[in-house]
Design a protein around this ligand. Structure first.
Ligand SMILES: [Zn+2]
Ligand SMILES: [Zn+2]
Length: 130
């Protein structure tokens, strides 16, 4: 208990967004929320290619339109916004890890209640971002 506070705050935000967007199956907004839950390397440590979204932020593989998964805008160093992207396999691997952490810490999941984040993380972990 307590160690999950930061994750909890971000999760609540994501959950609210998912509800506002309307609760339809694996909505793309729920998926975007799940992507926002994936831990990124420090933005300051990214290479130019990674900051531009041309290479995976985790494994540095050069990305194509087919393999790139958009991770959303992130605030970068000195006020510059970066647009990190990752490859499918890294997204799946991290989503599986975040999923296991999530279900051990999320109030809704611990009580077996519906949770859009759990669903989005699980679909990311099994199918990648499609
Ligand atoms: Zn990768
Ligand atoms: Zn949950």
């Amino acid at each position: 208990m307590g160690a999950s506070t930061v994750v909890g705050v971000r999760r609540i935000t994501a959950t609210v967004e998912a509800f506002v967007a309307g609760e339809t199956r694996t909505s793309s907004s729920a998926e975007a929320s799940a992507l926002a839950l994936l831990p990124l390397p420090r933005v300051a440590s990214l290479s130019g290619l990674q900051a531009r979204g041309a290479a995976c932020v985790w494994c540095q593989t050069r990305l194509t339109i087919e393999t790139a998964v958009d991770l959303g805008e992130r605030p970068g160093p000195s006020g510059v916004t970066v647009f990190p992207r990752g490859c499918d396999s890294c997204v799946q691997r991290l989503a599986a890890r975040v999923y296991r952490i999530h279900i051990a810490n999320c109030r809704a999941c611990l009580r077996n209640q519906p949770c859009p984040d759990r669903r989005a993380l699980r679909s990311l972990a099994s199918e990648g971002a499609r």
